[in-house]
Design a protein around this ligand. Sequence first.
Ligand SMILES: [Zn+2]
Length: 264
Amino acid sequence: MDFTEEQINRYARHILLPEVGGEGQARLLNSRVLVVGAGGLGSPLLLYLAAAGVGTLGVVDDDTVDLTNLQRQIVHRTASVGRPKVDSAADTLAAINPDVRVVRHPVRLDPANAADLIADYDVVADGSDNFDTKFLLNDACYFAKKPLVGGALLRFAGQVYTFKAYETGDNPCYRCIFREPPPPDAVPSCAQAGVLGALCGIVGSTQATEVIKELLGIGESLAGSLLVIDALSTTFRKIRARRDPGCPLCGANPTILGLDGHGH
Ligand SMILES: [Zn+2]
């Protein structure tokens, strides 16, 4: 593809990188990433992926901007309180980079729409804040053979992971590690327990980095590892995560064969 003069300037610091170059930048501009949740993790994900020139960004969120969101959800502005998050995010992203097409999905991800939503995208980034969505995305991305770059946080603790369990080898999925959603109220939510706003930036920006690595096929994929972050002690630990042969999704004798079992 031929870059315009403006694009050569806009992406100059990427094009300088041997691992990206003009070819990689062109690939980003032709890439499609779905971001589920335009909240604490979705904000840095969307901001950095838009700035990087990822050509198509899908945003899934059925919520509106609330004043309590603004402490960490930096894609939204005070003037956007009350507006749909997909609209607020799309306006911010358009102002950052007009090269990017934002596709608004003002819906909640559910077992009936998940497969259709992710089908059009190259990589899925999970910025959701609940276990039902995380397990649903894990299963949907496994069946659709899409890389899933996820993140989670609570208080001062964060996690980042990439799952490509549809590939062979010792390559786990979310269920290999956590098996099934915890009972309701077993794990407090950020709304109940709080979260440090800037930690969302660390986790979401790390997710954005991993999404770009997956799109470009550069470096060492985070698949097969779990990055565990403790902001209070400033500790980043990369833990090996293994495939569980007994995993009900990606194991030797799977019992989850579709998305029908979700949502009960
Ligand atoms: Zn598994």
